[in-house]
Design a protein around this ligand. Structure first.
Ligand SMILES: Cc1ncc(COP(=O)(O)O)c(C=O)c1O
Length: 384
């Protein structure tokens, strides 16, 4: 009898998946005593009330499924933002709602051999995810996973956003892309954008616009009102950064009820874990605690910027809990290693627009002082 041959795993995987480059998250090292300024986490723990609420929920209830629609959390968020719960969808971090948007609003590209369909009257723009560069490096990965087309358009050299007139002139930006993802304030530059310039951009677009406000609590203004007044605009928020809850994975969109209902159809039934819902609800009951932390982080950011400038760095103005700073003496990539040798971890990106910079998360005041001290030491070591 001939031996039955079993399938080879490689053959079972879609060609698209074979070709994918996965998102690279910031390093989570386990070295003791390391100062971790590389992933824009909040240096302060959640409020004591949040910790108590989560601890109290760790009991026999863990055997039950969580609320499938994050009902209580959505009601609290609706109250906070002055909208209805139907205007809100919660996800497993804002990463999940961003992925849902790609799946909900963008057609995958047809297979190569069917591209004639596009030429024969099909609409390529339905397949396009558009974003500025540099911005959140997850966006191209989400487009690739979905088999969508990508359109990456450079920001201005100072990381400001080109005006609508400039975008028209430049001819790279598409006003009919199916989905536009805008990081505001921008990451990794930290640059903030004015609501009126965002509104002009949104009004010029035919597709959905997501304003990804992951860092907006550290900024001078937010554009949430645009999600409530324009039917094609979604604002993404997260509990990760400003609310010290990266571990719990809770993020959400605010937007038109029809868009939210469509997203709701395609999410997993229990996409937000129960402890995450409880932590986020308790967070919303203690916002004063967090507002005090924002003030501290912003003050540390400004003090650090001045200290780095004195040391010869070019610290870019930031509206976030991190900053880009261009170091003197050595290339930024070497600074990354020199600071790591002193047990301080920052982030460096190889993309041409930012490769001369370090991205530094704003930690506690003590961590900022330790960073400045370490930089001073590196500079003195260079001189001897
Ligand atoms: C711009 C931006 N958006 C969204 C996220 C995702 O946040 P989370 O999935 O933790 O809510 C991040 C995380 O780094 C980010 O930088």
């Amino acid at each position: 009898m001939p031996l039955m041959s079993l399938p080879r795993p490689k053959k079972l995987i879609r060609p698209l998946v074979h070709g994918l480059h996965a998102y690279v998250p910031g390093e989570q090292p386990k070295i003791k005593g390391l100062i971790k300024l590389n992933t824009n986490e909040n240096p302060y723990p959640p409020s004591p009330k949040v910790l108590r609420a989560v601890t109290a929920a760790v009991d026999g209830r863990l055997r039950l499924y969580p609320n499938p629609t994050a009902e209580t959390l959505r009601a609290k968020l609706a109250k906070l933002h002055g909208c209805a719960p139907e205007n809100i969808i919660v996800g497993n971090g804002s990463d999940e709602v961003l992925a849902l948007a790609v799946r909900c609003f963008v057609e995958p590209k047809p297979p190569e051999n069917e591209s004639w369909k596009l030429e024969a009257g099909g609409d390529l723009t339905h397949t396009t995810v558009q974003y500025f560069t540099p911005s959140y490096s997850l966006y191209p990965v989400l487009a690739e996973i979905h088999g969508a087309a990508k359109n990456a358009v450079p920001l201005n050299a100072d990381f400001s956003m080109p005006s609508v007139a400039e975008l028209r002139q430049g001819k790279l930006w598409r006003f009919d892309a199916a989905l536009n993802l805008v990081t505001t304030p921008n990451a990794p530059s930290g640059r903030g954008y004015k609501t009126n310039e965002l509104e002009k951009l949104c009004r010029a677009q035919n597709g959905v616009v997501v304003l990804d406000e992951a860092y907006v609590d550290f900024a001078n203004e937010n554009a949430l009102q645009l999600a409530l007044k324009l039917p094609h605009v979604l604002v993404a928020r997260t509990f990760s950064k400003a609310y010290s809850l990266c571990f719990q994975r809770v993020g959400y969109f605010v937007g038109h009820a029809e868009l939210i209902a469509a997203l709701d159809k395609i999410r997993d039934s229990y996409n937000v874990n129960g402890l995450g819902q409880i932590a986020a609800e308790a967070t919303l009951d203690d916002l004063e605690f967090y507002r005090a932390n924002f003030k501290k982080i912003i003050a540390t950011r400004e003090t650090l910027a001045r200290a780095l400038t004195k040391l010869g760095f070019r610290a870019l103005p930031s509206q976030t809990n991190f900053m880009l700073a261009k170091p003197p003496l050595f290339p930024a990539e070497q600074w990354l290693e020199k600071l790591r040798a002193k047990k301080i971890l920052v982030r460096w990106f190889s993309a041409p627009a930012v490769r001369d910079y370090l991205r530094i998360t704003i930690g506690t005041e003590a961590e900022a002082r330790a960073l400045v001290k370490a930089i001073g030491e590196v500079m003195r070591e260079k001189l001897v």
